[in-house]
Design a protein around this ligand. Structure first.
Ligand SMILES: NC(=O)c1ccc[n+]([C@@H]2O[C@H](COP(=O)([O-])OP(=O)(O)OC[C@H]3O[C@@H](n4cnc5c(N)ncnc54)[C@H](OP(=O)(O)O)[C@@H]3O)[C@@H](O)[C@H]2O)c1
Length: 229
């Protein structure tokens, strides 16, 4: 398979990149600013199968160029996973009325607007019938309302719906919003229930088709189970 993974320097994105390369697939892996040491090591180890490209999801021009580079490297991709996301420090301790609007804006720039920027620029690189997975989260239910990490929660609620709207707008590619579980990563370490390797295995099976999925059920978890919205 030929896949694109964005947010590949750390956490879920790094583990998913590792999994695809270990299994012999070809991967275009997107990083922000500079690739991590671990991602660079993977690209050296699998130099014939890996291409690294810069992909700050806040920067549409960079993402547009990244899509062009991926098209050159892969011709067309079977699947893409956008794992880029932020949970900013103030959001871990503040309620919404205490939040900094700058943090709220920054969180939306990456988690929500970034999800749209990636989907709209990359879907033409994905083959007909291919998949574009946006990593969102749990708990976007409108009435069942918690207070924790409010900027993040608002941004991921909106980001979850991005896939539904794209599915209604574009026939050729299937769009999914996928909850990865509570992972032991830089972001999730305080609430972790699973290691990112377990989530990466799940995403791998979704992207390869080992776990069946259908665009009618476009909000799912990493095991392919429907999520409540
Ligand atoms: N961990 C959890 O328990 C959990 C639960 C639900 C959902 N999620 C979601 O799962 C995804 C992966 O999370 P994680 O736990 O692996 O997080 P993580 O370890 O904090 O990694 C976040 C990744 O996103 C990248 N990123 C941040 N801002 C970016 C930008 N502007 N453009 C491109 N990439 C950017 C980071 O790149 P740098 O290394 O350059 O910063 C890093 O590779 C995220 O979307 C997150 O919201 C996580």
């Amino acid at each position: 398979m030929k896949v694109v993974i964005i947010g590949a320097s750390r956490g879920l994105g790094l583990e998913l990149t590792r999994k695809f390369l270990e299994e012999g697939h070809t991967v275009a892996a997107g990083f922000r600013n500079h690739p991590s040491h671990a991602l660079e090591e993977l690209s050296v180890q699998y130099s014939d199968k890996a291409m690294l490209f810069s992909s700050d999801v806040k920067n549409e021009e960079e993402i547009r160029k990244g899509a062009e580079r991926c098209a050159g490297f892969l011709q067309e991709a079977d699947a893409l996973c956008n794992a880029a996301g932020v949970l900013l420090p103030g959001d871990r301790v503040n309620l919404l009325h205490q939040s900094s609007v700058d943090e709220l804006r920054e969180t939306f720039e990456v988690n929500t607007i970034g999800a749209v920027i990636v989907a709209k620029n990359f879907y033409p690189v994905i083959k007909k019938g291919g998949k574009l997975l946006t990593v969102t989260s749990e708990g976007p239910a409108i009435k069942n309302c918690g207070t924790w990490v409010p900027c993040y929660a608002l941004s991921k609620t909106a980001a979850t719906k991005v896939s539904g709207i794209f599915n209604r707008s574009i026939e050729d590619v299937d769009f999914y919003s996928v909850h990865p579980g509570r992972m032991n990563t830089d972001m999730g370490r305080t609430t972790a229930q699973i290691e990112p390797q377990e989530a990466a295995e799940g995403f791998y099976r979704l992207m390869t088709g080992e776990t069946p999925m259908s665009r009618d059920e476009w909000y799912i978890n990493y095991k392919g189970e429907p999520m409540d919205a």
